[in-house]
Design a protein around this ligand. Sequence first.
Ligand SMILES: C[S@@+](CC[C@H](N)C(=O)[O-])C[C@H]1O[C@@H](n2cnc3c(N)ncnc32)[C@H](O)[C@@H]1O
Length: 254
Amino acid sequence: MSRVYDDERLAGVYQGGNEMPDASLRDWVHLIGSFAGRSSPAVVEIGAGTGMFCSAMARWLAPSGVVGVDASLPMLTQAQRLNSHPAVHYLAGTAEAVPTRSDLFDLAVLSRVIHHLPDRVRVARELARILKPGGVTVIRTTFRERLDARVYDYWPRLRELDEQRFPSQPEVLEDFAAAGFTARTVTSFARPVTASLRDYHARMRSQPQSKFTQLTVAEFREGLRRLQSDAQDEPTTCPVPVTERYDIAVLSSS
Ligand SMILES: C[S@@+](CC[C@H](N)C(=O)[O-])C[C@H]1O[C@@H](n2cnc3c(N)ncnc32)[C@H](O)[C@@H]1O
């Protein structure tokens, strides 16, 4: 299990460095919710982090309830602080052993967490256990073959490192098939995360993602210097939003 999020510093800067405008978050939530297959779904988010998606799903999907599970206590502390909602219940637990009873959820969401889960077959079996028959898992990630985020323009070594860490689409689909899931669709979706490169630079200064822990101080500074220079060159009168694209794999349990 990845323990990098037990770092209080990372948990403290995660939300500020990874949030997105409400319009983007709402579009994401509506896309994810469209796969639930029923109104008022019971939702679980595995690797819920600071709860950004949990509270957004509670606001915009009218779910019967949302359970946010995370292995990191510092992340869960931030989730309670920043994203509490009457319909959301946060639980300490792991993807490999979710601390809930079986046949409970219509929809399981795994956003930006699949690369932290080495035993995907075990995780998929656990998801099949907690989902109702016919329940749906939505995986939001960047598959290895499509690592094209803006962050790699400034820190190209992160792409090399992520090529080792992130699973490919066939690997994930195969592992979920081994646990009885059927792939319904795989698609990609992109939405702005910041209004300008200046805003993007401001958020990257805090190293808000676990991947940065792999860089040396000098490597991080060099990438940040180049990003700052590009951000300063951006005309303030016509800023260009920074967009992030993620792959979405939708899998039904039998
Ligand atoms: C990149 S964050 C994603 C947070 C949120 N889902 C999002 O999209 O912003 C990954 C989260 O997965 C959690 N995590 C990593 N391994 C886990 C595991 N085996 N079980 C449960 N959570 C895990 C980490 O603690 C962290 O909060």
